[in-house]
Design a protein around this ligand. Structure first.
Ligand SMILES: Nc1nc2c(ncn2[C@@H]2O[C@H](COP(=O)(O)OP(=O)(O)OP(=O)(O)O)[C@@H](O)[C@H]2O)c(=O)[nH]1
Ligand SMILES: [Mg+2]
Length: 674
């Protein structure tokens, strides 16, 4: 039995920028391998992947599609990831569990930079990577220029494996540089071998030599052969290509068109020969594959429309049987997923990618095992960059809403929910507007909840700039017992961040001891909403005198007197609005730094500094203080200035005075809400 057979099926992820053709490539592969009879199309909504309403409506992937195929006797599972940067977390979660990634991109050299965040992730995790330059049928520029621009964004060496044959500005076929065979594309059919066209011989020679030189950088024997002008054996070239891919030294680049099935068989052949086995991958991620220790890891969680949880796992070691119990619970059903189709199975072993049903304690990234000593890698959570406040039409839906939100966060761990006390809002945070809209549609389509969103409120506060003394009396005579409380207070500002302070300096018992805490409560009652309409911060209130009545005074009457004193005294203290300021850290390719600088300044940001981004050649980090209200849609501008790759993280830093017309607007809006 070959190593790959012992190691079970291999697994690949299709990743790459938005709309580069990953789902179409999956469809082509499944068609070629006989898994789908008629080839589906993204635009017609007939692909095996993207079956959810949210994906079909948009003609884009919004979550991972899982499928299986067998090519010339070798079994593969394939995980087709959404390309939009707003769904990046899906790719990262899945990449942890695959033997190789196929990075699908378009033949547009100006957009190579959009591959960078993924390339970086692949490099950090040492994931063997293939690049498939798709849509070669509509390539405009020269492949050589494209290759150069791809090289500029990759730290690993790229190896061009094919050169295009072009006639009348259209790519009609290719020369395979390893085998030196020429082919013409045949739509929907295997490419046809042809004589090497004489006009291509020169560029083929140059490209082939470049490929060999790159390989020779990692192999002395090949280097000697090249220096001595000895033609290396084909076997040697193939074996170096396989080794170097496995060791993350080189990234092979293939050309084709998923839509027309050009070059897809060539890619499949390489996958078959070059993708490492799951045993090798287990070693790479620090695990050991054995026959009898079951170890699996969750790459993605699906919630079926009936509400049942399906955990898509990669099996790293051992064998799993349906019905067995692990620390994370019992496997209550085992399936192979072919798109949305569930195929029931009873067991799964090393290399498989299968779904375990109803393991409620299991979350994306978790390991399924019986030995808590075994630790796997997992993708870090991306910090949220955009948020909505949610509200439902019907208050009675609130309990249902929070249960449904729990489920959609299970499926998509890059969503975060938060009940924000300060503003009394339910927040949904994520990676951008489309990301959050898809989540809302899921709530509607899957859970029947009509949920609306709005821009979250900003937790403005207010403070005072000067002090004032105030006298107030609360008196009521209404039959029987009256009410009487009389206080004199001194209101003073405190430094920013001090909070609230209450003191008493009453002499001679003018306010008896038992009423003092009622005065403090009265002051606090008022501080919930100051003269400008916001919670008051950083004040000191001293009770220094007052009067009482032997019969009529009570805690309530002093509490009311204190509240009145605050209401009358505070407006005299020059109230001022405070707005929350966040510290933001923005990362972007340095060519865009000056543009981003402009965005930050136009959003009232105060730049604290620039630096180079650690570990990211050609990237900068910009730190700034920026009002929270300006951070809200910062990501929109940032992405449009950086071809989508710039991002940021932010956290509350401090409160800062806001004056002028912006403050007036905030105060007016608050008044209107009352
Ligand atoms: N001309 C041409 N168009 C293609 C090719 N492959 C895909 N397309 C088109 O590109 C568009 C996007 O295709 P998808 O397969 O959905 O791309 P994707 O990478 O899965 O997109 P996301 O998952 O949303 O990132 C569709 O309109 C396809 O018809 C190709 O080889 N040539
Ligand atoms: Mg897709």
């Amino acid at each position: 039995m070959s190593l790959s057979k012992q190691a079970g099926p291999r697994s690949i992820a299709l990743i790459g920028p938005y709309s580069s053709g990953k789902t179409t490539l999956l469809e082509s592969i499944l068609h070629i391998c006989g898994e789908v009879g008629r080839k589906g199309n993204v635009n017609a909504g007939t692909t095996l992947g993207d079956s959810s309403k949210e994906a079909r409506d948009r003609k884009m992937s919004v979550e991972v599609n899982s499928a299986h195929f067998s090519y010339l006797g070798d079994d593969f599972s394939v995980l087709d990831c959404p390309g939009s940067v707003e769904f990046l977390q899906e790719s990262e979660n899945v990449l942890i569990g695959v033997d190789a990634a196929v990075l699908v991109c378009e033949p547009e050299e100006g957009r190579s930079i959009t591959l960078l965040p993924l390339l970086k992730f692949l490099e950090i995790h040492d994931i063997p990577t293939f690049i498939f330059v798709n849509k070669i049928d509509k390539a405009k520029g020269l492949v050589a220029d494209l290759f150069e621009s791809l090289e500029s964004v990759s730290n690993r060496d790229l190896v061009l494996r094919q050169v295009p044959i072009v006639s009348n500005d259209v790519v009609t076929g290719y020369v395979d540089l390893a085998s030196e065979r020429a082919y013409v594309y045949k739509e929907g059919l295997p490419s046809k071998i042809i004589e090497m066209p004489p006009e291509i011989a020169e560029s083929e020679g140059t490209s082939r030599f470049a490929m060999l030189e790159t390989l020779a950088d990692f192999d002395d024997h090949l280097m000697e052969e090249l220096l001595d002008d000895i033609e290396p054996e084909k076997e040697e070239i193939y074996s170096l290509l396989t080794e170097d891919l496995k060791n993350g030294l080189v990234v092979p680049v293939f050309l084709g068109s998923a839509e027309n099935e050009y070059g897809v068989r060539r890619l499949l052949k390489s996958l078959r020969h070059e993708v490492p086995s799951s045993i090798v991958t287990a070693q790479r991620v620090g695990l050991e594959a054995t026959e009898d220790t079951p170890v699996a890891q969750v790459l993605k969680t699906y919630m079926s429309s009936q509400g049942g949880k399906l955990s898509l796992v990669r099996i790293w070691s051992g064998k799993f049987n349906d019905g067995e119990t692990f620390s994370a619970g019992r496997i209550a059903g085992m399936y192979r997923l072919q798109g949305a189709k569930l195929e029931k199975i009873t067991s799964a072993s090393v290399g498989d990618v299968v779904a375990f049903a109803r393991m409620e304690e299991l979350h994306t990234g978790d390991m399924v095992l019986n030995d808590s000593q075994i630790k796997g890698q997992r993708a870090e959570k991306l910090p949220p960059v955009y948020k909505f406040a949610l509200f439902s039409d019907n208050r009675d839906d609130d309990v249902k809403l929070s249960a449904a939100l729990g489920k959609i966060v299970e499926e998509d761990p890059s969503l975060v929910t938060e009940h924000r006390q300060e503003t009394q809002e339910l927040l949904l945070k994520g990676q951008g507007e489309i990301h959050l809209r898809v989540a809302l549609e899921r709530l509607r389509n899957k859970y029947g909840l009509n949920v609306h969103s709005q821009k979250p409120k900003i937790a403005y506060k207010e403070a005072i700039r000067k002090g004032a003394k105030q006298h107030a009396r609360f008196r009521k005579q209404s039959g029987g017992h009256g009410q009487f409380g009389d206080v004199q207070i001194d209101i003073q500002p405190l430094p920013r961040g001090s909070g609230f302070e209450f003191k008493e300096k009453v002499v001679g018992g003018s306010v008896p001891k038992q009423y003092i805490s009622a005065v403090e409560h009265g002051v606090q009652d008022y501080l919930v909403e100051g003269p400008l309409g916001f919670p008051v911060m950083d004040v000191s209130v001293t009770l220094f005198d007052g009067q009482h009545h032997a019969v009529d005074s009570s805690e309530n009457s002093f509490r009311s007197a204190a509240r009145i004193a605050m209401a009358e005294g505070m407006p005299k203290c020059s109230p001022v609005l405070l707005e929350p300021i966040s510290k933001v850290e923005i990362v972007m390719p340095s060519e865009h730094t000056s543009k981003v600088n402009g965005i930050v300044t136009s959003r009232r940001g105060q730049i604290l500094g620039f630096d180079t981004r650690e570990g990211w050649v050609g990237w900068d980090v910009l730190t700034a203080m920026m009002p929270e209200s300006e951070v809200h849609d910062l990501i929109v501008d940032l992405r449009s200035a950086t071809l989508g790759v710039g991002t940021f993280r932010s956290e509350f830093d401090h409160l800062q005075e806001l004056t002028g017309h912006l403050a007036e607007k905030v105060i007016q809006n608050a008044a209107m809400r009352h």
